[in-house]
Every structure is written in C-alpha cells, then in structure tokens.
Design a protein around this ligand. Structure first.
Ligand code: ADE
Length: 350
C-alpha cells in the first residue's frame, strides 16, 4: 500500500527558494529548450555534471537542434558520444530525433504522456522534460532524488524495490504539484548531487535539514538501503592487431548495429579463459609471428569487467570475413569504446 501524499507545501517553498539561491549556471538552464534538456538529461543518467559538460558542448556544437541530429549518419552520432558509454542511449537519441522530425513534423512532444512512448525516454526523462520545459506537475525520480527521499522520509526499506520507488514517486509528484515543478525537480536533483551526497552529506547546508528523519536519527550513513550487488563476471580477451606487410594500417571491424556497444568499431578479438591460455590460440592464428602481448587494458562495464591483451600480428592477413584495413592515422575518426580507444591511442601516439 502506498501512503497518500502528505502536505509538502512547506518543503516545496523551501526547495524552490534554496534552488534559486544556489543553482549552478548550466548551459541548458538559461533557456530550457526541450532538445537541450533532453540531451542533458540523457547524458546525466550516466555521468556527473562536471564530467559531462565538455561532452555536452561538443554534442551541441555538432548537433545544435533536433533537425541536425536527425539528419546525421548514426556513425557521426556515435563518434560524438564516444567516451560517455551506454551507446544504446546515443542510438535511441538518434532514432527519436528522426521520429520527431519525420513523424511529428519537428514538434517536440510537450507532455509526460506523449514523451513516454519515445524510444529512450523513460519516466525519469519524460518527467524532467515535461516539468522543466513545459511546467507539468510530475516528479522526477532519479538516483539523487531516491537518496534525498529515503533520508528525508526515513525509508529503511530496499529502495531498489518497485513499490518503494513508487512511494518516492508519490512524494516527488506531491512536491512538484505544489508549483514550480521544474525548479522543485531540479532542486531535488541538485540537492542530491551537491549536498545530500552518498558519502558524507553536508547536512548543515541542507534546506530540508529541519524535517529530515535520517538526520534526526543519525541514519544518513546507512540510508538509502540497497542490497549488495552480486559480483560481476570477469572476462579476458585478446585484441588482435593485424598489420599488413608494409605497415601503416590495421584491421578493424564494426560491431553489429544493435546490442552492446552496437555500431562501434573494434580490433578483432578472441575470448580466452586466462592470460596464459592465449599462447595456443595465437599459435593457431599466426604461427611463429607473435611479437608479444602488449600491456593489458582493463575496464569495468556495468555488468562485467574485462582484461584485454593486445597482440601485434605483423604481416598477417586475417582470416576474417568482416572488416577492413584502416590507416592508423584515421583511427581517430572512428567511434571506439574505451578499451579499443586506449589500444588505438597506443598505436597512434606510442
Ligand atoms: N542530474 C540529472 N539531471 C539534473 C538536473 N536537471 N539538474 C541537476 N542535476 C541533475
């Protein structure tokens, strides 16, 4: 059972006043156009504001509006998303931009209900765009807001459970319903990002301090409660760097358009059980040609960790159907994930 909304008039006023006093000067805030807010919110789902600003400026310079995004080749969109990760988000942005331009006559949907069916726009993004740009009274619930709510309301239950999230949504909707929904939502997100932080919250600077249950009961350290995540699997791969006899190029292949890292380029890879198991595979691929394993490149994705050992294979033509020779000088123009970009950078810049 979800409790009915409580009277949050006072918290609404407090948050709006606080937000007007401390809000950061962010590029999409002066004139919150839906296209700009949309891009910023999708980027902020995975990256902190200070880290995403450079990506945001670069993306906006290249695709200043929905028409330019819709007209771009997907490879160009992926290239301008490089480094942000979660590449399906970039592909969804691109598809939705095309949908808005070609099916909706270029008009951005303005309500929560009409934004929600768009690819890549979930309840969080639909609430953010509709409240910030069009004043819809819909609460935004992201990780920051969940933390603020769990502490302020003293929720000790597992916040990853849908019913607990629904309880927090009721609170956020009630707050947004008190007026200035865009400001209230941004205040909550800003509060979570800058004051009510995961570790060592700065409660003395918090406008909600007087009514905060976690603060009163000394529980900020253990709220919000989330069960421990299962350990993620670890994979080991070889990245096979094939060079033609005369050097200068390297063999590259493009991942399938959908799925994990879809549409990005990569060196051919081979999964191995362990680093030591590599020798057998390499003897098969390029007998006698192995010039050694380069230092390992490690990366943690959201659902697995990976160690990739680059292998240099000189004068070997790969027995692969897909792919092409790419001049090493052109590697910068392709969209690569973090691991393969690090390997490419070593080739380019030593
Ligand atoms: N995090 C995600 N979206 C945000 C926003 N609009 N303002 C502040 N922090 C955010």
């Amino acid at each position: 059972m979800i409790a009915p909304p409580r009277d949050v008039t006072e918290e609404n006023r407090t948050l709006v006043t606080w937000y007007h006093r401390v809000k950061r000067d962010l590029p999409w805030r002066a004139e919150p156009l839906p296209y700009r807010v949309w891009i910023s919110e999708i980027m902020l789902q995975q990256t902190r504001v200070d880290q995403m600003l450079g990506y945001y400026e670069r993306f906006m310079n290249r695709f200043p509006d929905v028409v330019s995004l819709a007209a771009a080749p997907v490879d160009d969109v992926l290239k301008n998303w490089e480094g942000l990760g979660y590449y399906s988000r970039a592909r969804n942005l691109h598809q939705t931009a095309k949908h808005i331009v070609h099916q909706l006559g270029g008009r951005f949907p303005e309500t929560y209900a009409t934004l929600l069916p768009l690819k890549g726009i979930g309840p969080y993004t639909a609430a953010a765009i509709s409240s910030i740009c069009f004043g819809e009274q819909k609460g935004v619930v992201d990780g920051n807001v969940i933390r603020v709510a769990a502490r302020f309301l003293g929720i000790e239950k597992d916040v990853t459970k849908p019913d607990v999230k629904a309880e927090i949504q009721v609170w956020a909707d009630a707050l947004a319903g008190g007026g200035n929904p865009g400001d209230v939502n941004q205040a909550l997100m800003e509060l979570g990002a800058t004051v009510c932080t995961p570790r060592e919250p700065v409660c003395d600077r918090c406008p909600l301090k007087p009514g905060c249950i976690a603060r009163r009961n000394n529980m900020t350290g253990r709220l919000p409660f989330k069960p421990k995540k299962a350990k993620v699997p670890h994979k080991t791969e070889l990245a096979l760097l094939y060079f033609p006899k005369d050097g200068g190029s390297v063999w590259m292949e493009q991942r399938p358009p959908e799925g994990f890292l879809g549409g990005l380029w990569k060196f051919p890879t081979a999964a191995v059980e362990t680093r030591d198991a590599a020798g057998t595979i390499l003897e098969k691929l390029a007998p006698g040609r192995l010039s050694g394993l380069e230092p390992v490149v490690k990366h943690a994705y959201s659902h697995f960790k990976i160690s990739v050992y680059p292998v240099l294979l000189h004068g070997v033509t790969p027995a692969l159907e897909a792919g092409c020779w790419v001049p090493i000088a052109d590697l910068d123009t392709l969209a690569l994930d973090k691991v393969h970009r690090r390997i490419a950078d070593r080739l380019r810049h030593g």
